[in-house]
Design a protein around this ligand. Sequence first.
Ligand code: GUN
Ligand code: FE
Length: 449
Amino acid sequence: MTSKVDIFIGSIIHWNSEADQIEYIEQAAITVQDGRITELSSNATHISHLQSTQSNSITLLSSAQFLIPGLIDAHIHAPQYPNLGLGVDLPLLKWLDKYIFALERKFEDLIFAKHVYTKVVDKMIAHGTTTACYFGTIHTDSCLLLADIVQSKGQRALVGKVNMTVNCPQDYGETLQESLEETERFVAEMKKKNYSMVQPIITPRFAVTCEMATLQGLAQIASKHNLPIQTHLSENSDEIATVLKMNPGCRTYTEVYERAGLLTKKTILAHSIHLSDDELASIQQHSASIVHCPTSNCFLQSGVCDTVKTMYRGVNIALGTDMGAGYSPSILEVMRRAVDVSSVLTSCRKKEEKAKSSSDIQNQDEAEKMSSGTKLRPPLNFERAFQFATMGGATALNLADKVGNFSVGKQFDALLINLDAVNSPVDFTAHLNVQEKFVKFFFTGDDRI
Ligand code: GUN
Ligand code: FE
């Protein structure tokens, strides 16, 4: 028996990887069979007159609606949800001590974990995150519970049991042996479940709470089971100083992970703000990805990641809410903030360049010309931020053959965006073209349906 065919007709917007640009298709038709895209037509007029039959169903989108690929949150701490918005007065290491470790310790209690994790996953799905990469806590059983909840709610995810063996509070940490044994148990239990949508990811918290032996042991487990790896890199200056002090043989923070064997093409590095050119080159050579978390970086005053430079160095970029340092469960909000911080960074650079050239050159007109003709690249634009949240995330999580855009053969993993959520009697967007509708959604959209 052949399975039913679903056809969606209307506007679609996605990232075309071959052309390396966003694609707006006003009158598209997507054909879906068994959850997979079997055809993408950019001229739907010839099929729009078809009627639904027993073997196919046709969904006609209104002019206020369009489809985009499901959004991807490549860095989120599921247990931190209860403390969202707390600790804006503190830098990273103090914030972890005061607000985070004490909260994460509570996830030893599976009932508490179940309540929080159910809420978090529901929230993320409501905000359009169909794929997420989660940090759990050090507790194997509550991480397994998180995986169960994610799978039961139909979200695609990577779930990591956190490892931390040094510089931990008395009541929230592991020995090296416990950490490695529990990680092996986590991986074995996840394999037994044989989930269709959820997989394990090796998760050393960061090099402040994992000494070299832990990092190396985890790299071996990742290599043995061919698993992805996630961690934090170069988020804050005190963090970097601590890591370099702990690893006196390494010149840079990135080198610590490289020496441990943690840099692979399946590695994702959250934040990666304060990197030297050599560090970026090393990340690029290993084909690892970075996860840009601008809401979190603003909240903890960690600094600004130069996404434009990172991108031009050939490093793949994904986006992360980094909840609870990030204050919003919405990747759409993160996309906007990515554009904002890049714009501010470029303005500051321009100002600096101008000041430099005017102190070098007496003639003001000459200085003006120099600064406007500077080699500064334009800031991140909204279309590229959308690429980070879709194909960038899919690439980082090694899911680019399944999700990220509407290429034939991929899963039909889509969001139906409706600019007229309140069903008003007049369509206020009728005069807009599809690109204008998308930009309106980008800057003003939210989770209301
Ligand atoms: N670095 C190590 N742990 C964390 C965490 O939980 N959140 C953030 N933002 N950075 C970290
Ligand atoms: Fe984080």
